[in-house]
Ligand binder design. Sequence first.
Ligand code: FES
Length: 77
Amino acid sequence: MNNDAGMPIAVTLEPGIYYRCTCGQSESLPFCDGHHQGGEATPFRFELKTREKVYLCSCGESQNQPYCDGGCGVDLP
Ligand code: FES
């Protein structure tokens, strides 16, 4: 994960399938670009049915990956 622990990444995404990087090596963070291959990390796959603003966990502690669950102390809107 990156150094933004406690600060979820807010992104507005179009409908589609996405892969949240979990290895931290992607050059397209917060999304996977395949750099994890050969390592132990696997990206989180998630799908959006509608255009939506989402809050992606950056601390790695969320129980609702890849989304922030507020457990880091941030008040989600
Ligand atoms: S590049 Fe990081 S999980 Fe795929």
